[in-house]
Design a protein around this ligand. Structure first.
Ligand code: PGA
Length: 262
């Protein structure tokens, strides 16, 4: 795992956005795996800026989102399709048809899950998968006990996740308890994984991801088996890491090495 520890959430977003921008400059038809939640918002703002000032174009790029609430159509204001339109897609030059979010209102969600995985394969696989992390170590909606080789499927949310996301729903409004989510195996097939985490509420989950055992109790720990994973986290999210200074040392050495190769 490459662990990049930065001072604050602003630096995390800037570093993450730079990875996307560089990929897009090298590969204009890149396939991105995208995430919702609060964490990616600042990164999306930077991508919008880069697109609007013509540093990059998304006109040949495509995207697959991690998850969607089961029972909400893409028009619903709490749907993740709506979130992506509002916070990214409506502001960049990506083609709507090249953006994919699981269909929360699919007539047959089981078939829809299988088709989602097949479409990712047809498009050549995901170049960079962006992830946030839940306080319980979930990635996408892969809650603790999720199979570490699981594929896109219907998942039941934990009470903790429902409570964490209740802030987005009005009092008394229907809040789904089920989701469609890429599986951990689906995420692991991405060529590169970028996990962002900020704030001390994520410190336990980051500790379990990096220094805990490989275990379905912390779904993000599966990333220990991925060949190209970069964690970009702030000091607060890193505060429980036992070997934080070592990870910073590795990063400094990496940078020296990269500079010497330029
Ligand atoms: P957050 O959610 O970015 O809103 O903290 C992350 C997640 O639950 O995966």
């Amino acid at each position: 795992m490459q662990i990049v520890i930065l001072e604050n959430s602003e630096a995390v977003a800037a570093h993450g956005a730079e990875v996307f921008i560089q990929k897009l400059q090298k590969k204009p038809n890149a396939v991105f795996g995208l995430a919702t939640g609060s964490t990616p918002l600042a990164l999306y703002k930077k991508l919008i800026e880069a697109n609007q000032n013509k540093t990059v174009s998304f006109s040949d790029a495509s995207s697959f989102n991690l998850d969607e609430y089961l029972g909400l159509s893409g028009q619903h204001p709490q749907s993740y399709r709506h979130f992506m339109q509002e916070n990214l897609f409506n502001h960049i030059d990506i083609h709507r048809d090249n953006t994919h979010v699981p269909h929360g209102d699919a007539e047959n969600p089981i078939t829809a899950c299988k088709e989602y995985d097949e479409l990712i394969t047809q498009k050549g696989g995901i170049d960079i998968q962006l992830l946030g992390i839940g306080r319980n170590g979930h990635i996408g909606f892969n809650e603790p006990s999720s199979g570490l080789s699981s594929r896109t499927r219907v998942k039941t949310l934990t009470h903790a996740t429902i409570a964490d996301n209740a802030r987005f729903f009005a009092e008394g409004e229907f809040q789904p308890h089920l989701s469609i989510t890429m599986g951990i195996g689906t995420i692991m097939d991405s060529r590169k994984v970028l996990l962002l985490a900020t704030g001390s509420s994520k410190a336990d989950a980051i500790y379990a991801t990096v220094e805990g055992p490989l275990s379905a109790s912390c779904p993000a720990s599966a990333l220990q088996m991925h060949q190209d994973v970069m964690l970009i986290i702030d000091e607060a999210a890193a505060e429980k890491l036992q070997h934080k200074e070592f990870y910073k040392h590795i990063e400094r050495e990496n940078q020296k090495l990269m500079a010497s190769l330029k």
